[in-house]
Write a protein that binds this ligand. Structure first.
Ligand SMILES: Nc1ncnc2c1ncn2[C@@H]1O[C@H](COP(=O)(O)OP(=O)(O)OP(=O)(O)O)[C@@H](O)[C@H]1O
Length: 331
């Protein structure tokens, strides 16, 4: 791929320093998001997706220690000084959160909410910011934008408020957008509409996107590449359509098999066992306890992530299971 790397994460590990022994939450995670590229960070609850994104924004809890490297356009995010970090957070990257209500102030109008960040960071004058906010609300398909600017969050539906959040993320003209489960808090009837608008707006502007979700189907539909995480580690990564068409890690195949089908009736299967956090998994493969294909080797030796047919996979048996995994995923 020729586009420039915006975000480059290499061997990121995150540990909690306030527990004895230290708890590992994320282990040796590496991935890249390029200009104009959408990357899906996919995994069940506790797999470390949010911690990884928090680290990329330098917003980890005080007791969490990040090692490895996170670079934005070649500059180390972990080493940024106060001013550099403020500029990075206010104008290079933006975040769309899960629950729009939790990230708005009920006492602040939509207009003030939209312009606050860029005006206080000195990026735009108040008049220019108001114009831009109205223009963006318009592009988000929000009718009567000037009237909406004067309203308060409780006067907007969840779907409408999430469109405001997308507009807010675009106010500073960022290069990279982190979208953390942006529609899980919304009514199912508006979810796909909001996703479609978000993806369209991000693609039209040629921005990079890191899309965090537990929904592999959705991620495969809206992203170029996937990074599949389990228990704080990357188990598989590669082109979204390749992974969707033929997963090479049993966890990816299980995620695909457990999705509801829209074309035929099938029994909904769930992955047996519960998702584990990085510090809970014993030696061996992180997924061994839930993997139907696990052998003694899988339980004793942790597989090293390696290149396989244009993707990266951390499974001892990836080659020999190619056919089984494809069948299991599409069953
Ligand atoms: N503030 C925190 N302090 C300590 N540990 C935390 C904190 N937040 C999350 N964790 C732990 O870090 C690990 C990774 O959690 P993380 O929230 O990154 O997972 P996730 O994949 O984003 O899951 P979810 O989809 O539920 O948000 C889990 O073991 C979780 O319990």
């Amino acid at each position: 791929m020729s586009q420039e790397a915006l975000l480059n994460v290499v061997d990121l590990s995150i540990e909690l320093t306030d527990s004895v022994p230290r708890r590992t939450l994320v282990r040796d995670v590496s991935f890249t998001v390029r200009q104009g590229e959408s990357v899906g960070l996919v995994g069940e609850s506790g797999s470390g997706k949010s911690m990884t994104v928090k680290a990329a924004m330098r917003l980890l809890p005080r007791a969490a220690d990040a090692t490895g490297s996170i670079e934005f356009e070649g500059v180390s995010v972990l080493d940024m000084g106060r001013r550099e970090l403020a500029r990075y957070r206010s104008s290079d990257v933006a975040m769309i959160h899960q629950d729009p209500r939790a990230h708005t102030n009920p006492m602040q109008t939509i207009g003030d909410f939209l312009i606050e960040g860029v005006v206080s960071a000195g990026l735009q004058s108040k008049a220019a910011a108001i114009d831009r906010a109205i223009g963006l609300l318009d592009e988000m398909g929000i009718k009567d934008a000037p009237r909406r600017m004067a309203q308060y969050p409780h006067q907007l539906s969840g779907g409408l408020l999430q469109r405001v959040m997308i507009a807010s993320a675009l106010m500073s003209e960022p290069k990279l957008v982190f979208a953390d489960e942006p529609t899980t808090a919304l009514d199912v009837t508006v979810q796909s509409e909001v996703i479609a608008i978000m993806v369209e707006q991000i693609q039209e502007r040629g921005l990079g996107m890191l899309f965090i979700t537990h929904d592999l189907d959705l991620a495969a539909a809206v992203t170029d590449s996937l990074v599949v995480m389990y228990a704080g580690t990357v188990v598989e990564k590669g082109k979204a359509h390749d992974i969707y068409a033929g997963p090479r890690h049993p966890y990816t195949a299980a995620l695909l098999a457990s999705r509801p089908s829209t074309t035929h009736v099938k029994r909904l299967v769930s992955i047996p066992g519960r998702p584990a956090s990085a510090y809970e998994v014993p030696t061996g493969c992180v997924f061994a306890a839930r993997c139907p294909f696990a052998t003694e080797l899988c339980r004793s030796d942790r597989p090293v992530a390696r290149e396989l047919d244009g993707r990266v996979v951390a499974c001892h048996r990836a080659e020999e299971l190619t056919h089984e995994l494809k069948t299991a995923a599409s069953a």
